[in-house]
Design a protein. Sequence first.
Length: 486
Amino acid sequence: MVLPVEPVPIPTVHDEFSYLLGSDTFAHGRLANPTHPMWQHFETMHEDQIPKYASIYPPLQGLVLAAGQVATGTPFTAVWLSAGVMCAVICWALRGWFSPGWALLAGAIAAMRLATFSYWGDSYWGGALAATGGALIFGALPRVLRSNRRRDALLAALGVAILANTRPYEGLVFSVAVALIALPRIGKLRLRTVLPPACAVLLCAGALMAYYNWRVYGSPTTMPYTVHRHTYGAAQVFILQPPPPPVIYRHPEMQEFYAVWERSIYDSARTWSGFLSNSVGKLYAWWSFFIGPVLTLPLLALFATLKSRRSRTLLFLIAVAAVASAQVTFFQPHYIAAATVVFYAAIVQGMRALNRWMPKAVRAIPLICALMIGLRVALALTSLPEDLRFPETWARSSGMPIIREELMSRILEDGGQHLVIVHYSAGHTIHAEYVYNAADIDASPIVWARDMGAEKNAELLRYFSSRKVWWLDVGEEARLTQYGAK
């Protein structure tokens, strides 16, 4: 629906390129790629070069993107489908807690809020898969407690497996919190009925995860992301972890990203004032992405229903998600995607209470959401910058100002194979990175490499002797010339 004003997105964020590397790797029928002989020129953010050339993230997002890549030629098809599945599963999940009308409304709001102009539905960054996993667990909870059906236990276990392969830490916390809610009623469960299908799914998922870790990292217990943090990380994932040992970097851009930018956030978060500022920033990011002005009123109305056990359950899960989020140094809304269904359940619970006092306001809320999509479409046809569109429409792009795709089109006009040596100069921002490559580097039409000085570059030129060589100087602007004419 929104493609005429928001076409298939071009990757610009470090994480997107990493997920797309995973997609391309799986699409080639491999779990990981061998380390390239010239790998030091290809080091970049959020990718591993050793022990294998691979994405640093858990594999599920890459697998789903690969399915879209293989089936239709573009990974973005999988983004569409995963967003649609997320909205459907949210509706199914809340049908276990609310009447059909309210559950459908929650799914519709999620579709308008998350699946159109948000980065979950308009980038390769993910979010929808983890939200689907959380919704499966949350929706299975009341069904298992009421009916003891095998299929509900299986769906809950499938949700746990999805979270383990998208957001392992937040997913584990969410899964344990839901289990604690079920714990007082465990005596009413027919364990012989619900345990076998759940255990079968979890054992199968665990075996596949161990196999993937063994093939990619050399150990079944080595999790994705940990190798990268040990190799490059100058800041810890969790605020209370002590600082890691110093890292020696081969490229100043990576040193600036990890040892300066990430480390400054980590060091600040370890002070009381920095922790407070960090927490407020996370709270605002959560509110602006999931809630926004229109849904704030029903969320506040939830507190008028605290006598309801359902409301207390929802607030408990939200509090657990908040505490878990407070422990990590960095934050993006998809980090807590597992709890998405809980946020919209809380909004629906508040809307049900509000409906008794202000029924016209409740009816207006979904209409306003729909109108805001229309407004966002209209604003996209104007020349207003994205920051001015955001407050009125809840939608803001997460992209960085790079012209990588434009340069690729220009380079490929000549045909043949090419090597682009990228040099960063004053004015370059560390969040606008050009050095990202496909899974099969040697077969790629364009290979992107870092400038490492004349001697190291000479080795690279000898290896890629059959390619046309370009020099890309990236400062405040990117300037492309033939190598040697710089």
